[in-house]
Design a protein around this ligand. Structure first.
Ligand code: ADP
Ligand code: MG
Length: 225
């Protein structure tokens, strides 16, 4: 399975649908150890992402504003997604996920080059995690997005190394992210708002790790047979 424009758009739409379905749960998680806006932050962000997907700005097209958008490739879809999240989402998660999607997009080959395969997408997902870590300076165990993304990436790479194709690797990544999100419950937060609570952050699932699990589950869902 190639990482083409269709796959990138399907992934982004599936994330938006998952956020729409689960925003209340994300907000409840953030109410317990943050400021109760994680669900609404992502909901606003992905609504804007969908609006951009559905109405690409063709105003600069030589064929006029109503011309069909040229296929800019999956990298452009994901880069645009990241830029939209950065511009529309306040809070820690907007810049973090925004940079992550921009990095994933930038790591995919441009149109005209052979598309990424399962291993290539793994490299792009690794670039996404690096972007989160560069910006947020969180390490594994700090009770953040990193605690879901890291086991997701490890499981994805392990699957690819064992010969799995993209759907199987994505399913492994989703399970890894979900496990990582659950495993944030006993942790004490050391980054972000939840860290202000100190030991009182223990016993709650990190909202960002939970939304990262949605992102990887969406990838598994859209690539599954
Ligand atoms: P805010 O905390 O500004 O209200 P959100 O509620 O949208 O933003 O997002 C909170 C989530 O952001 C946390 O649950 C955590 O997973 C993630 N997060 C916060 N700070 C960091 C960081 N430095 N590195 C990685 N993830 C972080
Ligand atoms: Mg919040």
């Amino acid at each position: 399975m190639d990482v083409d424009t269709r796959l990138a758009e399907d992934w982004v739409r599936a994330i938006a649908a998952a956020v729409e379905r689960d925003h209340q749960r994300l907000t409840e998680l953030d109410t317990a150890i943050g400021d109760g806006d994680h669900g609404s932050n992502l909901r606003r962000g992905f609504a804007a992402v969908l609006a951009v997907l559905d109405n690409p700005d063709n105003s600069g097209s030589p064929d006029g504003p109503d011309a069909p958008a040229p296929d800019a490739g999956p990298g452009a879809v994901l880069t645009r997604t990241g830029s939209t999240l950065i511009s529309k989402v306040g809070g820690a998660s907007g810049p973090l996920y925004g940079k992550a999607f921009r990095a994933i997009g930038a790591a995919l080959p441009p149109p005209g080059q052979p598309p990424a395969d399962a291993a290539g997408l793994g490299e792009a997902l690794a670039a996404g995690l690096r972007a989160v870590r560069d910006l947020g300076r969180a390490a594994p165990g700090d009770k953040t997005v990193v605690d879901a993304w890291t086991p997701a990436l490890d499981a994805y790479r392990e699957a690819v190394a064992a010969g799995a194709g993209l759907p199987e690797a994505a399913a492994a990544a989703a399970a890894g992210a979900e496990r990582g999100a659950r495993d944030t419950e006993p942790l004490q937060a050391r980054k972000g708002r939840a860290s202000y609570l100190g030991p009182r952050s223990i016993g709650h699932r990190d909202p960002g790790a939970a939304s990262t699990a949605l992102i990887f589950r969406a990838l598994a869902d859209i690539t599954a047979g």
